[in-house]
Design a protein around this ligand. Structure first.
Ligand code: AMP
Length: 177
């Protein structure tokens, strides 16, 4: 994998959305055709033999690589969304955040016990959103759960991997320490 190419094209925005946060803006990777292809090729290679039947994208940046990967792997694509966005019957999961709670939803008929699922998001920070998605996907009784990120932040005491634990097989393309 051409790590330099990806790191050179990843935009960092200091103090967004609040002071102290270094926001990793993957839109600059998505707009560059070479980077988009590099990410898709690398992820496809890593999961080619995993038997993935469904890719679940976390709203909204997880939709981009999630849909590309689903197509490359011959899998279906499922949207994991914020409340009230999905039109049919949904299954919900509510989880605690630093302040208050958050809820995510997946269509109730999206997954089943026969599925091997790959959850995709752009970035792993505390692991809160990924763990919530894993728990929601697990509630469908699926066979196995993989979880993939373009970027894994391990700076400033962040360790999302540890927070998620062994509830899913985790992988990321770029680790930022
Ligand atoms: P977390 O639940 O703390 O692992 O946060 C992951 C989610 O928040 C992902 O959907 C990211 O898109 C977003 N996120 C958190 N921190 C950052 C950051 N420093 N730069 C860009 N996105 C972030």
């Amino acid at each position: 994998m051409n790590t330099d190419l990806l790191l050179r094209n990843l935009r960092n925005i200091p103090d967004f959305p609040i002071p102290g946060i270094q926001f990793k803006d993957v839109s600059t990777l998505f707009k560059n055709p070479e980077c988009l292809r590099e990410i898709a090729d690398e992820m496809t290679e890593r999961y080619r033999r995993a038997g993935i039947t469904k890719v679940v994208g976390i709203e909204s940046r997880g939709f981009v690589m999630g849909a590309i990967l689903a197509d490359r792997l011959g899998a279906g694509f499922i949207m994991c969304r914020k409340p009230g966005k999905l039109p049919a019957e949904t299954r919900k999961h509510t989880y605690s955040k630093e302040y208050g709670t958050d809820t995510i939803e997946i269509h109730a008929d999206a997954l089943g016990p026969e599925d091997v699922v790959l959850i995709q998001d752009d970035l792993l920070a505390t692991g809160g959103s990924a763990k919530a998605a894993i728990e929601l996907v697990r509630s469908f009784g699926v066979r196995k759960i993989y979880c993939n990120f373009i970027i894994e932040l391990r700076c400033e005491g962040l360790n999302g991997r540890e927070f998620i634990g062994d509830s899913a097989e985790i992988d990321s393309l770029l680790t930022i320490e």
